[in-house]
Design a protein around this ligand. Structure first.
Ligand code: BG6
Length: 481
């Protein structure tokens, strides 16, 4: 249910996330008529800035490639509902000032209802100070309050529990929306439909038919400009522990009883509980070095000169339940690679040897980005006067099949869910806890907590990563042509 009379307050409004994702998504929702009636948006940040300058910034990040006049008009309207105020994150006076601003915006309303959504696009250091002050000074007694938060949620199991514990003093689970933006991606949301609305797929969705699953994330750029943040977290916390693990849980959970958020999240938690912690023996770490005219990770002056922080990691895990026992799940993620791509590859087993020997394995590929698609590698009789099997593809490329459908941005989908109070695509507290349990031992090992920190293998900027084919082959994956 969307609630009228809502104000959305974006903390960190001059930061990267707000500019690149939050505001463009809010605008996208506004343009398409999805925001509640009478919605107002407040940008809040430390930077002192006139409202016109704030509006200028916001418009710069809104995509309007053809200078479409209708969009230009919508941008003008959007500016009218958006205001900006600057303030600190750790002093009550700033939040009292915000409260007066909120009251002014709310004063012209007929309805007494006052709903507030607080979006924290903030670094973890001010997370609790803001969450606490907002609760104390800006909490609406006449409506619904919600808080949207973004990773990093701690650095390991212990720090995550501490952070969540502090947050819980102020905000209930029901009011809290923890974003993992991969859950808002169209193709990730499609997994549920593919799996549970197709008997042909659900019947083959287990260890009897599937030989291995790979979930791959590749980016073409390095950590330039964010070295300071990245070095503290590394690729496992940045991508694997959240985005790739979330994709994995949706791929492997049992069918939820209903679409209700808690039914879905209960199933996700069950499958996470069946995954033992990742072992170092099954993990490959890499760090990119200068190549092709691009700098190495250590060339960034915000990165400590001897950093052993991995910018690439591949790891294999198993799920100890009857459906998945013995099936390797290979998770790979890297920065500064040869390609920008996120995909899931489900490789089926060989046909039992008999009339067809040496035929390619079936493979179902879900391309999450770019160019969303689903394709199935299938053996087909090569047309002609003799019988020979040849590998082909059944290809569902969204651009072709759904040329007229707009594919929503992940943040549009998630912000709308949060406005409606739907938690299905947000991370529940226990889910996060189990995710950290799986990754905490390997993270501690990587950081040298049990001895000397392992040195990641170097790989050139723009390459496929350190010796990745050998790693994948170890788990029985056969590279198809
Ligand atoms: C973020 C990571 O969570 O996801 C970034 O912190 C990464 O390092 C980004 O670049 C990738 O998101 P997307 O939607 O571009 O795949």
């Amino acid at each position: 249910e969307l609630r009228d009379n809502t104000i959305i307050i974006v903390f960190g409004a001059s930061g990267d996330l707000a500019k690149k994702k939050t505001f463009p998504a809010l605008f996208g929702l506004y343009r398409d008529g999805y925001l509640p009636k009478d919605v107002k948006i407040i940008g809040y940040a430390r930077t002192k800035m006139e409202e016109v300058d704030f509006h200028k910034r916001v418009t710069q990040y809104i995509k309007n490639p053809d200078e479409d006049q209708e969009v230009v008009a919508k941008i003008d309207e959007f500016k009218k509902i958006s205001t900006y105020i600057s303030g600190g994150y750790e002093d009550d006076a700033s939040f009292e000032n915000l409260e007066s601003h909120l009251k002014v915006l709310e004063s012209g309303r007929l309805s007494k209802e006052r709903n507030r959504v607080f979006y924290l696009a903030l670094p973890p250091s001010v997370f609790i100070p803001v969450a606490g002050r907002v609760k104390k000074l800006n909490y609406s007694e006449d409506g619904v309050n919600r808080i949207i938060v973004e990773k990093p949620f701690g650095k390991d199991l212990e720090s995550s529990r501490k952070l969540l514990g502090s947050l819980k003093q102020y905000w209930t689970e029901d009011e809290t929306f923890r974003i993992d933006h991969y859950l808002g991606k169209e193709m990730v949301k499609n997994i549920l439909v593919l799996r549970f609305a197709n008997i042909a797929l659900s019947a083959a969705w287990d260890k009897n038919s599937i030989s291995s699953v790979q979930i791959t994330f590749k980016e073409e750029f390095g950590t330039e400009g964010r070295g300071g943040y990245f070095d503290e977290f590394g690729i496992i916390r940045d991508i694997l522990q959240n985005h790739l693990l979330q994709v994995l849980t949706v791929l492997t959970m049992e069918r939820p009883v209903s679409f209700a958020a808690e039914d879905i999240r209960d199933e996700k938690v069950k499958v996470l509980r069946a995954i033992p912690p990742i072992a170092k023996e099954h993990t490959l770490l890499g760090q990119y070095v200068a190549a092709n005219g691009k700098p190495g990770y250590l060339d960034d002056n915000t990165v400590p000169p001897n950093s052993t922080c991995p910018t690439f990691a591949a790891t294999t895990l198993w799920i100890n339940n009857p459906r998945w026992e013995g099936v390797p799940f290979i998770l790979k993620a890297g920065k500064a690679m040869n390609d920008a791509k996120v995909e899931v590859r489900i490789q089926f087993k060989d046909v039992t040897s008999g009339i067809f020997k040496d035929v390619a394995r079936n493979e179902l590929v879900l391309r999450i980005q770019p160019s969303e698609s689903v394709y199935l590698k299938l053996n087909t009789k090569m047309p002609g006067l003799y019988t020979r099997a040849m590998p082909t593809e059944m290809d569902l490329t969204y651009k072709r099949r759904f040329a007229d459908n707009k594919i929503p941005e992940a943040y549009e989908a998630l912000i709308l869910d949060a406005l409606k109070g739907d938690h299905s695509n947000f991370v529940r507290q226990d889910e996060l806890d189990y995710a950290w349990k799986i990754f905490t031992p390997i993270l501690h090992w990587i950081e040298g907590k049990d001895g000397i920190a392992p040195k990641p293998s170097p790989y050139p900027y723009g390459s496929r990563g350190p010796n990745i084919d050998a790693f994948v082959r170890k788990y029985g994956y056969i590279r198809s042509s």
